[in-house]
Design a protein around this ligand. Structure first.
Ligand code: SF4
Length: 355
């Protein structure tokens, strides 16, 4: 690392195998500080999950259900607008693949929000949903993305990536898209000027090599397009799935963050998603390579359907506190990582106004 060489998959193996967690974290923190100093970002956002009815039944998913089940829901336009307020910077929209909705119904979610709150940035629909729309409409992915962009979409969330291992895909989500289609959607989005994010679901049946392969595939694509904003390792929530007995340890979470910071040298941002790792590990991760904690979210349904122990949302002040506890400078950002406000290290200090 000090030589400035690019790390390879063998380096990744050695980092994961190292018993020196603090040493690995220190190296990742050096890289993080070179890029971002002590700044750590968050966004004042809201998650909207329009429906939990899904044509698929992925084994690891406790969120999705079928039409007619007691827990099935579809949000109306009013339900969606009731969840929003003008001070939000971003709405993050993801949900089930609902066969009764046309692509226009999904577009309408963006339309309704944009009409009521034109200032709120729209981050919507995973590659899995985009592929679903394309197949349902018998329309190329590029045209689907263009129509979403025309309705105000600014970036894609990173979900649906899970882990890019065919072995795991066949075992846990055989009917869901794999790397080929996921990367096609993101590559096409980048060509159209739509930025995107990339997740990795870890802590189920994947191996360390499969995690590393996932990261290297993303690094290669980022070399080609430069369109990814952030990488987001997501700790698997076992819930009622029966796939594993317990969630990953904080040690594994911190090491995964650190290795991703070291390997993904062409990603600007590594996110520690407080919803899946909890507030304490999230705060620590800011000294292990992460520079972003996601957002206020306000109503997260997907991870909480799998019994995530974290709150369903978090006030801005609490996110600021998590960042300060790590000795970092809280920075409020928008969906595209543009700075909105820089807070001081001390409570109640705002160093710059809204920009
Ligand atoms: S993970 Fe996504 S695609 Fe799979 S069942 Fe759940 S909502 Fe549907």
């Amino acid at each position: 690392m000090e030589r400035g060489d690019r790390l390879d998959i063998d380096d990744g193996r050695a980092l994961f195998a190292s018993p020196d967690l603090l040493g690995v974290g220190w190296m990742a923190d050096q890289v993080r500080q070179r890029r971002h100093g002590r700044r750590a970002t968050f966004v004042f956002n809201r998650q909207i999950n329009p429906t939990n009815i899904c044509v698929l039944s992925c084994k690891f998913c406790d969120y999705a259900t079928k039409e007619g089940k007691a827990n099935a829901y579809v949000l109306s336009e009013k339900d969606i607008l009731d969840r929003l307020s003008p001070d939000l910077r971003e709405v993050h929209i993801v949900g089930g693949l609902y066969s009764k909705w046309s692509f226009d119904d999904y577009l309408n979610v963006l339309r309704v929000i944009r009409k009521a709150y034109p200032q709120i940035q729209l981050k919507a629909y995973t590659a899995v949903e985009i592929d679903f729309f394309a197949r349902k409409e018998k329309t190329p992915i590029r045209a689907i993305l263009q129509r979403l962009k025309d309705e105000g979409l600014v970036c894609l969330p990173g979900g649906g990536a899970e882990i890019f291992s065919e072995r795991v895909r066949k075992a846990l989500f055989p009917f869901k898209i794999g790397w080929a289609k996921w990367s096609e959607v993101h590559r096409t989005a980048h060509e159209l000027g739509i930025r995107s994010n990339a997740t990795m679901l870890y802590g189920h049946i994947e191996t360390i090599d499969e995690r590393l392969d996932h990261m290297m595939k993303l690094r290669d694509l980022q070399d080609k397009t430069g369109g990814f904003l952030s990488f987001i390792p997501l700790a698997f929530q076992p819930g009622q799935t029966g796939i594993v007995e317990r969630q990953t340890s904080s040690i594994d979470d911190l090491k995964t963050i650190a290795v991703s910071r070291l390997l993904l040298d062409n990603f600007d941002h590594i996110k520690s998603y407080w919803v899946t790792v909890g507030e304490e590990t999230c705060s620590m991760a800011l000294r292990f390579g992460a520079d972003d904690v996601d957002g206020t979210i306000l109503e997260e349904r997907i991870m909480h359907a799998a019994k995530a122990q974290t709150p369903v949302g978090m006030a801005r002040d609490r996110l600021v506190r998590i960042i300060r506890e790590a000795g970092c400078i809280p920075v409020e950002r928008d969906a595209l990582y543009e700075v909105v406000k820089v807070f001081g290290v001390e409570p109640e200090t705002v160093l710059t106004g809204t920009v």
